[in-house]
Ligand binder design. Sequence first.
Ligand SMILES: *Cc1c(COP(=O)(O)O)cnc(C)c1O
Length: 694
Amino acid sequence: MGKHSMDVKTGSQESLKHETATPIKSQSQAVEESSRTLSPSSSARTTDKGIDGNGGTPAIAPTTRSSWSIEDSEELYRINGWGEPYFSINAAGHVTVSPQGDRGGSLDLFELVNALKSRNLNLPLLIRFSDILEDRIERLNAAFAKAIARYNYEGVYRGVFPVKCNQQRHLVEALVKFGKPYQFGLEAGSKPELMIALATLQTPGALLICNGYKDREYIEMAILAQQLGKIAIIVLEQIEEVPLVIEAGQRLGIRPIVGVRAKLSSKGIGRWGTSAGDRAKFGLTIPEILQTVDLLREAGMLDCLQLLHYHIGSQISAISVVKDAIREASQIYVDLAELGAGMRYLDVGGGLGVDYDGSRTNFYASKNYNIQNYANDIVAEVKEACAERKLPVPTLISESGRAIASHQSVLVFNVLGTSDVPTGTPEPVKDDEHLIIRNLWETYASITEDNYQEAYHDATQFKEEAVSLFNFGYVSLPERARAERLYWACCEKILTIVRQQEYVPDDLEDLEKIMASIYYINLSVFQSAPDSWAIDQLFPIMPIHRLDEEPTKRGTLADLTCDSDGKIDQFIDLRDVKSVLELHPLKPDEPYYLGMFLSGAYQEIMGNLHNLFGDTNAVHITLTPKGYQIDHVVKGDTMTEVLGYVQYDSEDLVESIRQQTEAALQDKRISLQDSQLLLQNYERSLSRYTYLSS
Ligand SMILES: *Cc1c(COP(=O)(O)O)cnc(C)c1O
């Protein structure tokens, strides 16, 4: 590697010297000292992030080496950071999937995609690895089991999966099956989700947590479910629900199991930080909780109050936030027990984070703790609070959704084409060309390492002048084209120098973006990665093959929709985010596949039908001793289906086209052959996938 290259280690050390202002990715949270938080090996890596200052951002490492190895790809796409232990790269330069981590076999993702394509399952394709789901459930339960043993906690952990995170039937059914050994339950956040949970969860001893807004029917179903042998716990989120539950219990003659959702004053941070605090949308304030205690006591039902719940937001990046919340909740719990409530359960909600960028920091796309740290902090804190008051410890519940469901699905999509800015050496300018063109040429010819910043401003100014002159009729269309080409040539030359620098001056930061290629992808961001569009969430994205080849291009991704927001131009990086992704030049007649990883939580159900791109094809894959098997194929929407959502009847549509072609035939505006071709294409398309065929 050349002296200007930035690998993980030298990058962070060198850049520390340059740090002049508040880091974007703060390290303060990352290196918290506690036996319950980071292990030494992981804390060492937390300094990788948070390097930025007034001096600008670090340059993207120059990729000028002739030999490229899969290790270079590993480092570039950070696959070991976010992908461990499930995703890595094999000697052929393909992404591999090891659904059982290091305990089982692995699959070549590129070959799997080709095999699925030959079964007529076209891209974009969502591949769910059931074994990964199973592994996540095992890991979460193992972490709590370990923490419980370590702190001699005299209670158990009974996790539940929040159905809202991914309601797909095959997934929920698999989850219930894999969760059986751990009595893993479900959490419903709405009435329709309660319907799923009531029907699907039949594991003896597993909990069914009933959250969300409730009406009388909801409450009655939850209470009556007890008679089916289910432990359905009604969590009161609104003070108005208290009399409803009391009255329903009395009417049915069944004692409900009741919980209260507390509005903690401990707040999450980042994207979902507003889920807690006094003005949060859900939960009871402390005075309301005490009022609930009074109401239940008056009704002779205080023993029914058995659970305390809180949820301070999703993707909690800092372990300190987890700790603050559990400390506050533990105190509320012990006080409720002392007030005479029949307390038995403490439910810490969701929030367990996913390390999308693999940086192990408290950056919003990461987290500075692992599952074990999380479990340890919760177990230890609750144990301590109960020991102080000499109270029995509760059964611990977490409602981890993102941490369970994210890893299991991979979205694979193909690139349809690219658009590049023209590059290469421009033709020298002749003396009789327009002054503005001569100026641009002179700028181009004189760019050096010493003046590249100034040259960039000159080139930009001359280009803008050329456009103004064009608008007033002083520059012809060919002259304007010439000026633009010279401008790109300047940018290209300057960018080559910038990439050699350790730091990019702020005013040149956009250069990578200006010069980036656009990769057109066979995908709708609105359907398949809505959080990328709506809240700028980062997902790791990388090619799934050719990883033994140097990715010499930089690109942003543009989707199929005709919406300018239908793009991805923020990618995970070692520091902060990067605006372009390293990609390979397309080869003629060869497909180019990209994968979006860790996207199994929330994206599917929040995806929408913008431009009428429907659900993608989905397959469920399980590993077998001989390779793999396809458990389920869920075909994506057809045109007929998406058109039906907006009330078009495909038969009516065909009939309309038929009548129009018939009229055109009569008037001899179309030949019989052409009219048949049009009708055939129209009819056939209706039963087809909404995406482009590849
Ligand atoms: C969304 C939600 C969860 C899941 O949160 P994750 O961060 O995905 O684990 C859990 N509980 C409640 C009440 C929720 O609203």
